[in-house]
Structures are given as C-alpha cells and as structure tokens.
Design a binder for this molecule. Structure first.
Ligand code: NYM
Ligand code: MG
Length: 211
C-alpha cells in the first residue's frame, strides 16, 4: 500500500558519474513506483529534444565547439525551458524521477576550471529537488563498466574532478548510495528512499533551488 496519493508529486534527482548506473536505476525505480500506483514520469537532462538541447547534443558529440561558459548557460537554459512544465506536473501530483540536474551542471563545468559560484548562479530559482540520490562509484570502477562512449567528458581524469565537485555540493537533501553494490541492492535502497520522499513531500510546498 503506497498510502494517500492526493498531494503533489516529488522531485527526485539521481546524480552520479557517467556509468554510475543512473539511467538503469531511474528506469527500474520508475516502473516500481508506477507498479505501486504512484503517478510518475522519468525525465533526463540534458533534454536533447529541444532546440537548446540539440545544440548541447552536438557539442557533447564533438560535432560543434562552444565556449565553456556558453555551454554551461545552455545546460542551465535547457532546465529553465522545462521549469514551468515540471512545476505543473509536480503540482498535479506526478512525481518526476530525473536523471541529472543542476548538480551535474555545476560539477561538470567546475571540473573544467570555471568558478563554482559562477556556475551555480544561473540555476538559482529552478525547482529544488526533494531528494537527490547520488550513486557513488569510484571513477576507475565506472570506467571499467563496459567503458565510456565517445562523448566529450567521458575520460577518467575528467570524471575524477567531476566526482570531487559533486561531493562538495552535497547537502541535507542528498542521500549517497554505494553504486558499486549489486544492481538489486541499489534498486532496493532507491525504492525505500523514493517512497519515503514521495510520502513526505505530498503536503510540502515546492521550493526553489538556492544552493
Ligand atoms: N552534463 C549534464 C553537463 O555537463 N551539464 C549539465 O547540466 C547536465 C545535466 O552531460 N554525462 C553532462 C553530464 C552527462 C552529459 O548526459 C550527457 P547524458 O544524459 O548522460 O547523455
Ligand atoms: Mg552519458
């Protein structure tokens, strides 16, 4: 029994390095929640379906070159263009399971050497997550998992710097899950964290990201 389902949905973000298992765990969590009768959707950032998202996608595939600050602002704009829809879904009672959000935005850009406070600023005012689940996997271990694709950022030295920045961003909404455990063990932990979060968020107002 998933309890009362009358309140707002929860904003649940999964963060972690490339190959940390985020996408697989998002999919598993989503089907579990739906099976429990919760209204839920899976989202991911960057959302490559918009015109801003297509610019980001070409950049990640090394098909275009963009200045570091410019691409940072595009990633942020890609979240801003979805903010109104996120808000209406959440207020309408749909939980969003989001694969990467502002924390990736800051961690990846800061790993290039951009000032971290500068990186945070454009995301102030986006919807604050109710829960951030960080899938913690050693960069070396992540790289071993079937290797990386050919996209920009999928290099071990870079991922190590990203990991350091992620850790510096964690606050009270973060739950760090050991992503090196079995798929099933991680899945079980995420089910419990997400269910508790959804139940607790139902009567809470939405808040804005303030860092
Ligand atoms: N990424 C993702 C950023 O650099 N900034 C951001 O704001 C976000 C949301 O894009 N590995 C990076 C991290 C990801 C990469 O995402 C591509 P995907 O969905 O794994 O293809
Ligand atoms: Mg990827």
């Amino acid at each position: 029994n998933a309890g009362s389902k009358s309140g707002r949905g929860a904003l649940i973000v999964l963060e972690g390095l490339d190959r940390s298992g985020k996408s697989s765990q998002c999919a598993r969590l989503l089907s579990y929640l739906e099976g429990q009768g919760w209204r839920a959707e899976g989202w991911r950032f960057p959302d490559r379906g918009t015109s801003v998202g297509q610019m980001i996608s070409a950049y990640l595939a090394n098909e275009s070159q963009l200045d570091d600050r410019t691409v940072h602002l595009l990633f942020s704009a890609n979240r801003w263009e979805k903010r109104a829809l996120m808000e209406s879904k959440l207020l309408g009672g749909t939980t969003l399971i989001v694969d990467c959000y502002s924390y990736s935005g800051v961690a990846f850009s800061a790993a290039k050497g951009l000032d971290i406070e500068w990186c945070k600023a454009p995301d102030v005012g986006l919807i604050a997550p109710d829960l951030v689940i960080y899938l913690d996997v050693q960069p070396e271990k992540a790289a071993e998992r079937g290797g990386y694709g050919g996209e920009r950022y999928e290099k071990i030295e870079f991922q190590k710097r990203v990991a350091d920045h992620y850790h510096s961003l964690s606050d009270s909404t973060w739950k760090i899950v050991d992503g090196s455990l079995s798929m099933e063990t991680v899945e079980e932990q995420l089910r419990e964290l997400a269910t508790n979060c959804i139940q607790e968020s139902q009567e809470k107002p939405l808040t804005n990201l303030a860092w």
